[in-house]
Design a protein around this ligand. Structure first.
Ligand code: AMP
Length: 283
């Protein structure tokens, strides 16, 4: 495993590969956990060469305080990555990726994704995501890019970017890894006290509660109860949305002829957590 910091070093490494070698790419913002490792393991199973980027991308943060508090622990991450097969860690500085600053980035036409769900609550977020992924895809030209369903809309946005720019890269979606409590693993969980970490399992519980009762109750009534469950656990709910999984179009009520997804964001101790699950009627 080698750690590279510049585009020149990365190009130099890529030039040593044979055209027949496949590349699996896992973009991350570091503060790695078992969820990230599961993506890297999937890449190692399928690809000859595994590249993991660690880059806290400023252009996808709509709040500078969120960017400033985002955990950055490269030494710890590098140690953790020794547990899995990673060939290259690409950990550039912000100035390496944005030599002319971050004030102006191109616009990516991702349609309604820009302003629904996460796009609505984090204006500009997906434009920043598109820009950094576009830079990495052009640089690395990976065979596969591995994206977690934890960030369900983000994976859809990256698929749109791949189509928009005509990349040959295939997106591989990976399931969400959870703590035994059900809490989705997240780098942001590090920012929580032990007590809030225990209470934060309520986010996943609230979504499961809605899903489990979806055959017999309206979404509106279940959402009200889910919001109460979240508040009782110390969360400030931001949104819980019921969506058609394929398009993320919001649904007012359950339609069990469709694949549906529940998507939510909520704050606990000022930390914004997200989660999503498939709506699954227990028979
Ligand atoms: P991040 O470092 O948060 O930008 O995440 C990097 C990649 O890891 C993204 O594709 C995420 O969706 C994915 N990821 C984050 N948390 C999890 C998790 N708990 N399980 C699976 N994948 C995850």
């Amino acid at each position: 495993m080698i750690v590279l910091h510049t585009q020149d070093e990365l190009h130099q490494f890529l030039s040593t590969l044979l055209p027949s070698q496949t590349i699996g790419f896992v973009p991350t913002m570091g503060a790695l956990h078992a969820g990230h490792l599961s993506l890297l393991t999937a890449a190692a199973e399928q690809d000859d060469v595994v590249i993991c980027s660690i880059f806290v991308n400023p252009t996808q943060f709509n709040e500078s305080s969120d960017f400033d508090s985002y955990p950055q622990v490269l030494v710890e991450d590098t140690e953790l990555l020794k547990k899995v097969k990673v060939d290259v860690i690409f950990a550039p500085k912000v100035s390496e990726i944005y030599p002319e600053g971050t004030a102006h980035i191109p616009h990516y036409d991702i349609g309604e994704m820009d302003y629904i769900l996460e796009g609505e609550h984090r204006p500009g977020h997906f434009q920043g995501v598109c820009h950094i992924i576009q830079i990495f895809l052009e640089m690395i030209k990976p065979t596969h890019i591995y994206m977690g369903e934890k960030d369900f809309q983000q994976a859809m946005v990256v698929q749109r970017l791949i189509n928009l720019k005509g990349h040959n890269t295939i997106l591989v979606p990976c399931t969400t890894l959870r703590e035994p409590s059900g809490l989705a693993m997240s780098s942001r969980n590090r920012l929580l006290s032990a007590e809030a970490t225990a209470r934060a399992a309520a986010l996943n519980k609230a979504l499961n509660f809605i899903s489990e009762h979806s055959a017999t109750h309206s979404f509106e009534s279940l959402k009200m109860q889910a919001d109460e469950m979240l508040e009782a656990s110390g969360f400030e709910p931001e949104y819980i949305a019921l969506c058609e999984a394929a398009s993320l179009a919001e649904l007012e009520n359950f339609d069990h002829t469709k694949n549906m997804r529940l998507i939510a964001a909520a704050f606990i101790e000022g930390v914004r957590l997200i989660d999503n699950i498939a709506v699954d009627v227990k028979k």
